[in-house]
Every structure is written in structure tokens, then in C-alpha cells.
Design a protein around this ligand. Structure first.
Ligand SMILES: Cc1cc2nc3c(=O)[nH]c(=O)nc-3n(C[C@H](O)[C@H](O)[C@H](O)COP(=O)(O)OP(=O)(O)OC[C@H]3O[C@@H](n4cnc5c(N)ncnc54)[C@H](O)[C@@H]3O)c2cc1C
Length: 307
């Protein structure tokens, strides 16, 4: 193929994409792995404790960087860029990255994960609005800050635990009447001595000028109240992230990519792996397993086409 020609294009440098690259290279294919974050969303995991081989846990960021280095060591091309558009020109898959560079391949794997839900509270780019407590919580260390968390599931619980270590006070705001997180997580946050929990409270706006200084909340009774906060961490779910895909494929209503038993989408030669896929468990270990299988079946597909 051309100088930017590969066997395999992999979109996404999270656990699924990295594993697909490692397997792809070791199976004898040439792979190009796109993504600007080594380890993808695993960098947000404070301590990865449910991945075998790391008794006592490993920081997600450490795991991700090490896994990414392993993919590089196997010979994967890693341009460290995001894909702007992935399409098929009738002969090859073509990835155009944000620098306008084109890469061609016989098969492609979508491993581009999820992006956080913003709940449409405008404006979403206000200074002081965050999605990852582990990444941005330390900005508030030593400032006796009041930090709000929006959400009531496990992710919101995890954010509260992380933020309680750096904030003076953590305010959890959830629209449900009861927290939706696992009992063990609920008990852990209820034990915190610097947490305040607001249930049946829906955030309708962020308050402040250039930087956020509070939330406007509607209570279950329809009353409006304001909650002071120096920062807010949004933890209300994630959406599939496949907008760069310029190939029509079958998806669920939410936009997850549907695959067959060999992880191939409805477009021949295009595979999906990890959180972006219509799957039942979205974890590091399942994303890795998907990556390994997708690369293996991509080779089967390429060999079948060549035959
Ligand atoms: C706060 C938090 C805590 C978690 N805790 C755990 C835990 O304890 N244990 C566990 O097993 N799992 C945990 N998870 C889930 C786990 O992180 C995910 O299941 C896993 O990272 C999914 O891997 P993935 O490769 O499918 O996608 P991701 O990790 O989301 O990686 C996708 C990659 O695609 C890249 N990408 C996006 N768009 C483009 C583009 N246009 N071009 C190129 N690349 C692109 C992204 O930058 C990213 O690198 C947690 C997740 C979060 C957010």
C-alpha cells in the first residue's frame, strides 16, 4: 500500500484499541492506532482494582500509559492524533486525522469509547465545569473549595469520594428521590463528613460570570434554589462517540455500534470493540477482550478478501 497504508486502522487509544493494536501487530498485521490519550478513559480510574494481575489496584493512568507503550513496542504506528473522518473509498478504509493526514487500511476497528453526557445545561464550556474528578479535582487542593457533583449513580459516588479528599465540602445534587448507586458506594459517601446530599433536585443552570460560582436548582416541589460552588463535576452518564464515522452502519437507538459474533459491524471489514459497541458490560477487562477478538477477526477478514 501507499506510505500511509496499513492492514488495520484503529480509532481510539483506550483499552480496546490498545489491545487490538498489540494483537494485530503480533498476528503479523501493520496497525495504526489513533487517539490523543494513552489508555483512553482508563486514566480516570483512581485505582483499577478489578483487572486481574494487579492485586491491591493500579492507578488507571499508570495502567494506560504502560499498555500504550506496549502497543508501541510491538511496532504500532501511533500518530497521537484524533480521527476527523473515517470512510471507505470503495477499496480501502480511509482515516483523515485532525492534521489532514490520510491513512489507508484493509480493515478498521472502531474503539473510540464514550463521551460524557452534559445534560444540555448551557453553557457547557464555562470555566469550573468538569467531568473527571481524578483529573481536575487536584486543581482545588488546599483551597477549602465547595465542589458540586451532579448525578446519583456509581460514577457520581466515585467522584464524591475523590473530591472529598481535596474539597472543603462536596455537594451532591441528584434529580432522583433515592441515590441510584450500589449500596457499598452509598454507604461510603454517606460516611464522609464533608458531604451534603440534595435529592429530588434538578440542576437547570450554572451560575457565574466567566467562571462558575454556583448552581441553579429546581426542587421536587418546583421551587428554585441556588447552591454555591467553586466547581461542578458532571457525572450523569456517557454517550457513544462515533461522530467521526462516515460509513452507514447499524446502531442501537442510543448510537452504540451493533456487531455480529465476530465483532464486525454491518459494514464488511469494519469492526467495533469496547464501550462503543452494543454490549452488556463496559469495563477495562471487557474492552481488552473485545480488542483482542476484533483484531483476530480483522485478520480473518483481510485474509478472506485476499483469497
Ligand atoms: C470515572 C471512571 C471510572 C471507571 N472505573 C472503572 C473501573 O474501576 N474498572 C473498570 O474495569 N472500568 C472502569 N471504568 C470504565 C473503563 O474506563 C471503560 O470501560 C474503558 O476505558 C473502555 O475502554 P474503550 O477502549 O472501549 O474506550 P475508552 O477508554 O473510552 O477509549 C476511547 C479512546 O478513543 C479516543 N477517541 C475518541 N474520539 C476519537 C477520534 N475521533 N479519533 C481517535 N481517537 C478517538 C479517546 O480519546 C479514547 O482514548 C471507569 C470509567 C470511568 C469514566
Amino acid at each position: 500500500m501507499a506510505s500511509n497504508g496499513f492492514d488495520l486502522i484503529i480509532v481510539g487509544s483506550g483499552p480496546a484499541g490498545i489491545t487490538a493494536a498489540i494483537y494485530g501487530q503480533r498476528l503479523g498485521m501493520s496497525a495504526v492506532l489513533f487517539g490523543d490519550t494513552p489508555g483512553g478513559n482508563s486514566y480516570m480510574i483512581e485505582s483499577l482494582e478489578n483487572y486481574p494481575g494487579f492485586m491491591g489496584g493500579v492507578p488507571g493512568a499508570q495502567w494506560g500509559v504502560s499498555a500504550f507503550a506496549q502497543a508501541q513496542a510491538e511496532g504500532t504506528a501511533c500518530p497521537m492524533s484524533l480521527v476527523d473522518r473515517l470512510y471507505h473509498d470503495g477499496k480501502s478504509f480511509v482515516a483523515v486525522d485532525k492534521n489532514g493526514e490520510q491513512y489507508l487500511a484493509h480493515a478498521a476497528i472502531m474503539a473510540c469509547g464514550l463521551v460524557p453526557n452534559t445534560a444540555g445545561i448551557p453553557p457547557i464550556d464555562k470555566k469550573g465545569v468538569y467531568f473527571c474528578s481524578l483529573c481536575d479535582g487536584p486543581l482545588f487542593r488546599g483551597k477549602n473549595a465547595t465542589l458540586a457533583v451532579i448525578g446519583g449513580g456509581n460514577m457520581a459516588g466515585q467522584q464524591c469520594l475523590t473530591l472529598s479528599k481535596v474539597a472543603g465540602k462536596v455537594v451532591l445534587v441528584y434529580r432522583g428521590a433515592k441515590l441510584a448507586m450500589e449500596a457499598v458506594m452509598r454507604r461510603a459517601i454517606e460516611k464522609l463528613d464533608n458531604i451534603e446530599i440534595h435529592l429530588s433536585a434538578r440542576v437547570t443552570a450554572y451560575r457565574g460570570g466567566e467562571a462558575l460560582d454556583g448552581l441553579v436548582v429546581t426542587t421536587g416541589e418546583g421551587a428554585e434554589k441556588e447552591i454555591d460552588a467553586d466547581g461542578v463535576f458532571v457525572a450523569i452518564g456517557w454517550n457513544p462517540n462515533a461522530q467521526m464515522l462516515d460509513i452507514g452502519v447499524d446502531t442501537t437507538e442510543e448510537g452504540y455500534l451493533k456487531t455480529n459474533g465476530k465483532l464486525m459491524t454491518s459494514f464488511p471489514g469494519l469492526f467495533a470493540a469496547g464501550d462503543i459497541r452494543d454490549t452488556d458490560i463496559r469495563q477495562v477487562v471487557t474492552a481488552c477482550a473485545d480488542g483482542a477478538r476484533a483484531a483476530t477477526y480483522a485478520l480473518e477478514y483481510i485474509e478472506g478478501v485476499r483469497r
